[in-house]
Design a protein around this ligand. Structure first.
Ligand SMILES: Nc1ncnc2c1ncn2[C@@H]1O[C@H](COP(=O)(O)OP(=O)(O)OP(=O)(O)O)[C@@H](O)[C@H]1O
Length: 336
């Protein structure tokens, strides 16, 4: 339990769409939510669960069906837009219509709650813009027009813009959507470090489940049936809630490795002796080929590791690659 006052708090919140009394569509609720200083929270859930709806409601961009959202002790919907912009910044998915503006101008616009009516920047404003650009690795395309940037570059610019807004709360809707894997990892690491170093409270929705499980202090898990669970990533994995939220026929979540297994473990039993990375990747290859790796099987593969050399032994034949081992297994078991 966190005893300090939350930076953002939702009470008895019902989210959804209301097109007149008869057309009420409640996606989740009642929700009791809190974002505390220094927390990185990941909002996870399958397509259509209502993540974007929740994010927009928390940011005051769409009305709640009922309940309240408060920041700094005030109802978010009653804050003057400039006051709200000092409390909370948003990064949304999708391309930004920024006309002919260059990346620097878009980022600098994030200072608008603090600059005077002429938009004049003071030295401190310039310093924070520079810091945000370095932090997000956007300095090299400062002069390029937004329209000329890739989706991933544009996403990073919007993050930099949120950083220069310098708010206690940052909310991001699928910030990793357009990024390649190294950029996804560095973004999650950056957000985690930022929360810890600056005491900001950060909420983001994502479909990058494994990255979220590794970096979130807390997970908000939203299901398609309206159920909502809050917990430490490890707790929701161990108690089965995580797997249940993403359940689909044909694949399973492996609690031991923290990954989804594409291939069902229902094939021919085979024993595998070895350890470390070689064991992990050999097991993966065997699962893909339709084997079930188990200590109970009579026939076994032995991984022989000496110095930097790896070999795989099966039925008195020795191979230097997994590909060669699989070829022998296919012949042996008549797999095509
Ligand atoms: N303006 C709207 N009016 C009515 N229903 C809507 C509206 N916008 C979205 N919905 C519905 O609300 C549900 C939740 O949508 P939402 O976009 O919040 O889900 P999500 O979890 O963010 O999905 P995804 O992972 O696919 O982005 C969906 O069934 C969607 O069709």
């Amino acid at each position: 339990m966190n005893s300090t006052a939350p930076l953002l708090k939702a009470s008895r919140l019902h989210i959804g769409y209301n097109k007149g009394k008869k057309e009420e569509k409640v996606l989740a609720g009642p929700l009791e939510l809190a974002i505390h200083a220094g927390q990185l929270i990941c909002l996870l859930g399958p397509n259509g669960a209502g993540k974007s709806t929740l994010i927009r409601t928390l940011a005051g961009l769409q009305p709640a069906i009922s309940g309240t959202v408060e920041t700094g002790g005030k109802n978010i919907n009653r804050l003057h837009p400039k006051e709200r912009a000092k409390r909370l910044s948003m990064v949304l998915t999708g391309r930004v219509e920024a006309g002919n503006l260059n990346a620097y101008s878009v980022i600098a616009l994030g200072r608008f709650p603090y600059t005077n009516w002429l938009g004049a920047m003071q030295p401190d404003d310039l310093k924070i813009v520079q810091w945000a650009m370095q932090t997000t690795d956007t300095t090299s395309y400062a002069d390029r027009k937004m329209i000329e940037l890739s989706d991933g570059e544009s996403q990073k610019v919007m993050l930099a813009r949120a950083l220069v807004q310098d708010t206690p709360v940052i909310i991001l809707d699928e910030p990793t959507a357009h990024l390649d894997l190294p950029n996804r990892i560095s973004l999650m690491r950056l957000l985690h470090q930022l929360a810890k170093a600056t005491g900001k409270g950060i909420l983001l929705s994502t479909h990058d489940l494994d990255l979220a499980l590794q970096s979130a202090d807390e997970v908000w898990l939203q299901r398609n049936d309206g159920q909502f669970t809050i917990g430490a990533p490890e707790d929701i994995v161990l108690n089965g809630t995580f797997e249940a939220a993403f359940h689909k026929e044909g694949f399973a979540f492996d609690k031991n490795s923290g990954t989804f297994i594409i291939h069902n473990n229902v094939g021919k039993p085979i024993r595998l002796e070895g350890e470390g990375a070689a064991f992990f990747w050999t097991k993966r290859a065997l699962l893909r080929e339709g084997f079930a790796v188990t200590d109970e099987a009579a026939a076994g593969i032995q991984i022989i590791e000496s110095g930097n050399t790896l070999q795989w032994k099966y039925n008195n034949e020795t191979h230097n690659t997994i590909a060669a081992l699989l070829a022998q297994l296919r012949t042996h078991y008549g797999i095509h």
